[in-house]
Design a binder for this molecule. Structure first.
Ligand code: AHR
Length: 451
């Protein structure tokens, strides 16, 4: 039996089941998710290989060959139509047109399941979010519900708020108790657990909660399994947090008891929308990776949740390399990065101080310009990226690196933070990035290679 078969036989059926990696009902053979490709804007649905099975990642690879793809819909497998799509603006605007959030790359979170079958999770960068504000059958007011999600326990930050679960139907902060979601990350603005995080907490609106106290509850441990099962459930006067290694072992209970000691959380005022990767008011500062998750009606029993965890373990999540099809770069050597956009192919990525732009550079250009358009390849500063991932150290300001910040490239010195290391790490890709003429070529006069 698959997770939603188990919840149904426990008397607490799924009202939404989302996964880009596998069917969450043993009989499900419909569309798991939709991808949209960059080349022509067309879409296709990705289905399981067979009923109840792993997603057909090869069909995505074929459709997206030579271009980029975004995950445009994460379908609800419950039959209720509670699909997740690009989140609209709310209390906060997303970075996309009209204040919508970004969609996730379709290749950002590759994994294998069941002994080697490839699938893709949903890699949420800050600015990315999915939502459904018109959900059928979800818990409202103080009604009981359960939920779990399988996440990447190494991909998190302290932004607000990497959530999956029940939120406001108008994408705004409508007050305490208007949300009930799983939260994962190391935000300490509200609650926290033991150690320095990350923690599984519950976002109940205007607060991330790790127990009855509104601040720290040390029974909630720092937890960072590469594949992480996170569970939250809530009913009248009670709620619980659980977690586990999604690849082995059993769930542990980190909190099980009364609602938080603060006004507005008992009774709850749940509204019943579903969010993924964002806060209830469309706060878009958080990051994380989502592989699968469900929402139920009713308060699932511990036995039901234990059986679901056993099924997740049997799905056999394991790491796949971030094989984006790009070339290896020569670590320690100097390279230049040439634009491949038609009409701009004489331009190279260059910088003056913090400002990054493209410059026309030729063999007869001044040495200073050549140097501004040259980068020393370093092994990616971010840990656990896997695959062909690198950082680019400035040639004319050694010790500073190309990074992205607020959706733009810039050059900055490392501040030693996890965020800096991640923002300064880039993975070489195949597809659209590698048009005719791209690739390793002659240098710019300094000991360069042109990429
Ligand atoms: O509860 C934490 C966050 O506070 C919510 O996700 C968001 O709606 C509000 O900003």
């Amino acid at each position: 039996a698959a997770p939603c078969d188990i919840y149904a036989s426990g008397g607490t059926p799924c009202i939404a089941a989302h996964s880009t990696t596998r069917a969450l009902y043993s009989a499900f053979s419909g569309a798991l998710y939709q991808v949209r490709r960059g080349s022509d804007g067309s879409t296709t649905d990705i289905r399981p290989l067979s009923a109840g099975d792993v997603a057909n990642a090869a069909s995505q690879d074929t459709f997206c060959n030579g271009t980029t793809c975004l995950i445009s819909v994460i379908y609800d497998q419950s039959g209720r139509g509670n699909h997740l799509t690009q989140a609209p603006p709310g209390g906060f605007q997303g970075p996309e047109a009209n204040g919508y959030d970004n969609l996730a790359s379709a290749v950002g979170a590759p994994v294998t399941l069941k002994g080697g079958q490839k699938a893709y999770g949903v890699f949420i960068s800050p600015g990315t979010g999915y939502r459904n504000n018109r959900v059928s059958g979800s818990a409202v007011r103080d009604e009981a519900e359960g939920m779990y999600a399988v996440l990447d326990g190494t991909h998190y930050n302290n932004g607000c708020c990497f959530d999956y679960g029940n939120a406001e139907t108008n994408s705004k902060d409508t007050g305490n108790g208007h949300m009930e979601t799983i939260y994962f990350g190391d935000n300490t603005v509200w609650g926290s657990g033991a150690g320095s995080g990350p923690w599984i907490m519950a976002d109940l609106e205007n607060g991330l909660f790790s127990g009855a106290n509104v601040k720290q509850n040390t029974a909630d441990p720092s937890i960072s399994h590469r594949f992480l099962t996170a569970v939250v459930k809530g009913g009248p006067g009670k709620w619980a947090i659980k977690g586990a290694n999604a690849a082995s072992g059993a769930l542990s209970t980190f909190y099980n008891g009364a609602r938080p000691n603060a006004a507005g959380y008992n009774p709850m005022s749940k509204e019943g929308a579903i969010v993924l990767g964002i806060g209830g008011d469309n706060s878009v500062g958080a990051q994380g990776t989502f592989y699968e998750g469900v929402m139920t009606t009713g308060y699932p029993s511990d036995a039901t949740e234990n059986a679901v965890q056993a099924d997740i373990v049997s799905a056999g999540y394991s790491l796949a390399s971030l094989a984006l099809g790009g070339p290896s770069l020569p670590v320690g050597q100097s390279v230049s990065l040439r634009a491949t956009t038609t009409g701009y192919t004489t331009r190279y990525l260059a910088h003056t101080g913090a400002t990054v732009n493209t410059q026309v550079v030729t063999p007869s250009s001044a040495a200073a310009l050549k140097q501004q358009a040259s980068w020393t390849v370093r092994t990616g500063l971010a840990t656990a990226t896997g695959g062909q991932c690198y950082s680019f150290e400035s040639r004319d300001a050694p010790g500073s690196y190309l990074r992205h910040y607020n959706f733009e490239l810039t050059v900055a010195n490392s501040d030693g933070s996890k965020q800096f290391r991640e923002d300064a790490t880039f993975c070489t890709g195949g597809g659209a990035e590698r048009r005719a003429g791209a690739g390793v070529g002659p240098g710019l006069g300094v000991p360069d290679q042109v990429l």
